[in-house]
Design a protein around this ligand. Structure first.
Ligand SMILES: *Cc1c(COP(=O)(O)O)cnc(C)c1O
Length: 386
């Protein structure tokens, strides 16, 4: 962090989604260190897996070193490999596409729905038809719940079921969100969460795979644990990975999980306040607005410059000068140099969101003072544009 200046802390940077860690986490971590178990079979990791499974209502959970590792394991477990393709929304964080590439499968990108930023189910339907007609083996559709809002599973799941294609749910941003009363992460054959430093809850680095399929989770557990066979000596039939979550970090996760509901409530209150503020600003909207099930991980405002008379970048620059972080949504994967030559079904919606969106400070750890600074900064900007 930059040094505080001016005494009043006015120039303290305000981050988008800083970790929300305090004395409870400290006490859990200390307890785990003092218990002296540092191996993945220790009680903290087992308990954390059971607690997450119970929280989201799923049979099995596997703690892993990152959300990316969890995606990698999930994709291998559903059979993604060198002879297959996996459909990935183009509007996502690179980890989603990278995990596909690790397996040897080819990511094929699909554009998003303008209102939510989630994958465009209609477009996906056409794309799947074309891939199947071309004789491609589609190993999975990766559904990403953007900013914590669930994909339209009522439409997605029947489509994938009809074609026999597994759904892998990237709920990295969506722990604690619900869709028709069911928890994010539980809609596909397998789902994943991330506990990286800026997610809704954090273990500093970490992730989890969840599924109701005992065989699938056992397979992922085996691969993530160096593919070590259950015999007294070291025996390996597969190439394994060293992907288990540190049991110390699992202790941190248990403390965070106990506070998840209150952390979500704080993010939702921030979302409500942004919604009220922008409701009277022409040419603006909140991405994915009006979803009571969202954990509101990030709030992103979308700006139509012709109607607003200003661009998202203008607000970003104004906030940056006040030490307030904001950021456009992800640059679409089909625009990334590393994936530019891949097949993609596009409407222009993700390009448009990338150009016109701004994610605003949304974290549960923001102090009241920081929140006031953010809103004062936005209000000042809007008044200057009238
Ligand atoms: C954060 C994130 C990931 C990766 O999780 P890590 O724990 O950082 O590896 C994957 N997908 C999405 C959509 C994410 O936001």
């Amino acid at each position: 962090m930059a040094p505080r200046s001016g005494g009043a802390g006015v120039t303290d940077p305000v981050y988008l989604s800083p970790p929300d860690i305090g004395e409870l986490e400290e006490s859990y971590l200390l307890r785990a260190i003092r218990a002296g178990r540092f191996d993945p079979d220790g009680p903290e990791l087992n308990a954390f897996e059971r607690e997450v499974a119970a929280r989201v209502g799923v049979g099995y959970a596997l703690g892993l070193s990152s959300g990316t590792a969890a995606l990698h394991m999930a994709l291998l477990a559903v059979g993604a490999g060198p002879d297959s393709v996996v459909v990935v929304p183009t509007l996502t964080f690179a980890a989603t596409a990278n995990a596909v590439t690790y397996t040897g499968a080819e990511p094929v990108f699909v554009d998003c729905d303008t209102a939510t930023g989630n994958l465009d189910v209609e477009l996906l339907s056409d794309l799947l038809g074309r891939l199947v007609d071309a004789g491609r083996r589609v190993a999975a559709v990766l559904a990403v719940d953007i900013n914590g809002r669930c994909v339209d599973y009522d439409r997605l799941l029947p489509l994938c079921a009809a074609t026999g294609i597994p759904v892998v749910e990237d709920a990295a941003q969506a722990l604690g969100s619900t869709y028709r009363g069911r928890c994010a992460g539980t809609f596909g054959q397998v789902g994943i969460y991330s506990f990286s430093h800026n997610k809704i809850m954090t273990t500093s680095a970490g992730g989890m795979l969840v599924s109701d399929d005992a065989t699938l989770v056992a397979r992922a557990r085996h691969l993530a644990n160096q593919a070590r066979e259950p015999v007294p000596h070291y025996e390996h039939r597969d190439v394994g990975y060293n992907y288990r979550l540190s049991t110390l970090l699992a202790a941190l996760g248990r403390a965070q999980l106990g506070r998840l509901d209150s952390m979500i409530a704080r993010r939702q209150a921030l979302r409500d306040r942004y919604t009220r503020l922008f409701a009277s600003v022409p040419g603006t909207r909140i991405l994915g607005a009006g979803d009571p099930g969202s954990n509101c991980w990030l709030t992103s405002v979308v700006v139509e410059p012709e109607r607003a008379g200003w661009q998202a970048g203008h607000l970003a620059a104004h906030l940056a000068a006040l030490g307030v972080e904001s950021r456009p949504m992800w640059k679409p994967m089909h625009r990334q140099p590393v994936y530019a030559d891949r097949q993609a079904a596009l409407t222009g919606a993700a390009d448009q969101l990338f150009a016109s969106s701004l994610s605003l400070p949304s974290g549960s750890a923001l102090t009241d003072n920081q929140v006031e600074r953010v809103f004062a900064g936005i209000t000042e900007f809007l008044e200057g544009r009238r």
